[in-house]
Write a protein that binds this ligand. Structure first.
Ligand code: C5P
Length: 237
């Protein structure tokens, strides 16, 4: 896969106009853009449709976490929107992930479209071991992340979201075809901002990331397309 097929830019903005302006600039430099809760809650599904209509693929990052029936319907709706990738929380359990996976597959077959990639969030990178203990999870974070990644794969999911710290471990354990989407990526020429466990684009790819997610270093740059090209160059090297 070439560098352009590896970069996902997080469209963390609050209006459709800002989102579409960024898409115009980034088209051709990225494999997809990520639409998360902020933009989706501001603009709704119409922003997803508008971006796709503009020729840019969408990773719908809404991290569904609910009972199996509800999540399977949510990912079915995402499939109908035509997204490239969508995610759920692995902590929703095996049954939930399996039902979601079947629902995406059946709907994509019915629509005769390529199946959206369904991936799972294992443990949010904002949680440390102390925070996990407070919610009753006593295990070491790496073991817990791996356990949830294996569960996601067993349930038929295509991959997981993982911090740079966990990427190599998951790649080693789950093989080369399992998708790993890695946020918390910072090129050497930018600030870490609030991201703590960061890696450079090249390191993340070297550790086994299938896709890297970069937000502010691109969308807040004076020249977003130029920033994206700099990242692609770093990956290429
Ligand atoms: O601006 P920045 O590059 O930090 O943005 C990273 C994006 O990836 C944000 O949309 C953030 O919500 C998301 N993300 C993350 N860490 C995770 C999961 C998602 O930073 N574990």
């Amino acid at each position: 896969m070439g560098p352009k097929n590896r970069l996902i830019v997080a469209l963390d903005v609050d209006t459709q106009k800002k989102a579409l302006d960024l898409c115009d600039k980034l088209k051709g430099e990225v494999v997809a853009v990520k639409i998360g809760s902020e933009l989706f809650s501001s603009c709704g599904p119409s922003v997803v449709e508008a971006v796709i209509k503009n020729g840019v693929k969408v990773f719908l990052d809404l991290k569904f976490h609910d009972i199996p029936n509800t999540v399977s319907k949510a990912v079915l709706s995402a499939t109908r929107l035509g997204v490239f990738m969508v995610n759920v929380h692995a902590l929703g359990g095996y049954e939930m992930m399996k039902k979601a996976s079947e629902s995406v597959m059946i709907e994509a077959q019915r629509m005769k479209i390529e199946k959206p990639k369904l991936i799972a969030v294992t443990i949010l990178t904002s949680m440390d071991e102390k925070a996990l203990k407070k919610v009753g999870i006593d295990d070491n974070i790496n073991r817990e992340v791996l356990r949830l990644a294996v569960l996601a794969k067993d349930a038929g999911l295509d991959g997981v979201v993982a911090s740079p710290k966990e990427t190599a471990l998951i790649r080693q354990k789950l093989g080369k075809d399992f998708i790993i989407v890695t946020p918390g990526v910072r090129p050497t020429w930018t600030e870490a901002q609030d991201q703590k466990r960061i890696a450079t684009p090249a390191d993340a790819i070297r550790d086994g990331a299938s896709f890297i997610v970069v937000g502010r270093p691109v969308i807040e740059a004076p020249d977003p397309a130029g920033a994206a090209r700099r990242i692609l160059k770093e990956i290429g090297q």
